[in-house]
Design a protein around this ligand. Structure first.
Ligand code: ARG
Length: 297
């Protein structure tokens, strides 16, 4: 195992330091010894074919860890914040529904577990994973900060923050946002972006819709929220607001993924395999058609 790790490290470092490693390989031309520490091994080099072989071996799943602790009770407890249409909202029966909910239920079916959805504050989700809930699906953007606490599945959707403005607003570029009253949902990436804007007065809401209501009522200059909810809110207040693509404000693309307990590689693999199956067999696209396309009309 130690050797495999050392080899993997070497392989990783070689990718970054291709030239340096290449030179080292010429000088030594031999494989790292088992006794060497990872650092030592990383400083030397292995012939390219040996590195490839061991990296492949290391990619094999460990035999002993085949059931995730999170699924041992046969139930996948899922946290969401059903204030984010079309990904999650409360339906007419008071139950969470939406793209994410349908997606995680389909994943649960593939994993052979019951899915229970808990509707909670968005800002409480990450800290609840591994405790009150097993995983969270909430149009959640993969961020380095969140990765300190949780792991993420493969990403399933690419989004960007949008800026919702009163229809007659002249705000049109990043600099125009400075010093403005900006509404956001607490603890979201929209919130993080707003807090970086010079002089901005950031108003944090538990629900993005409440921020949009305050925008319509003239209490805010804009609301920063993810693309698809922004388009849904725009259609709701068609005569009063416009939703503008955040690319116009230099906002970067964001990737949505399912947040899982840190270190639960078994669950990550199972969820990723289920996701991939659904993407390959068209089920994923069907859900996109059913829930996302046309949600802003
Ligand atoms: N993508 C944004 C983030 O991860 C906002 C997600 C809000 N989701 C929700 N269900 N309210 O921070």
């Amino acid at each position: 195992m130690k050797k495999i790790l050392a080899a993997m490290l070497t392989a990783v470092l070689c990718m970054g330091l291709l030239t340096a490693c290449g030179n080292a390989a010429e000088e030594t031309g031999q494989a790292a010894e088992t006794e060497e520490t990872a650092t030592e091994a990383a400083n030397e080099a292995e012939p390219a074919d040996a590195v490839e072989e061991t990296a492949e071996e290391a990619a094999q799943p460990e035999a002993e860890a085949s059931v995730s602790e999170a699924l041992a009770d046969g139930v996948l407890n899922v946290g969401t914040n059903a204030e984010f249409p079309p990904f999650e909202y409360v339906d007419d029966n008071g139950e969470p529904d939406g793209f994410d909910i349908a997606l995680i239920k389909a994943i649960g079916e593939k994993l052979g577990v019951e899915v229970q959805v808990e509707n909670m504050e968005f800002s409480a989700l990450v800290a609840s994973i591994g405790g009150k809930i097993d995983v969270a699906i909430a149009g959640m953007t993969v961020t380095d900060e969140r990765k300190e606490t949780v792991d993420f599945s493969d990403s399933y959707y690419t989004a960007v923050q949008y800026v919702i403005l009163p229809k007659d607003s002249e705000i049109a570029a990043a600099a125009d946002l400075e010093g403005k009253a900006i509404g956001v949902q607490l603890g979201t990436t929209g919130d993080f972006i707003a807090e970086e804007i010079a002089g901005a007065e950031v108003a944090q809401y538990n629900k993005a819709l409440d921020a949009v209501n305050d925008l319509v009522n003239g209490r805010l200059d804009c609301v920063i929220v993810d693309k698809n909810p922004a388009l849904v809110f725009q259609s709701k207040f068609e005569d009063q607001v416009k939703a503008v693509d955040g690319a116009q404000f230099d906002f970067e693309a964001e990737e949505y993924a399912i947040a899982i307990p840190k270190g639960d590689t078994v669950l990550a693999e199972q969820i990723n395999a289920a996701l991939k199956e659904m993407m390959d067999d068209g089920t994923f696209d069907e859900l996109v058609k059913e829930y996302i396309e046309g949600s802003d009309e």
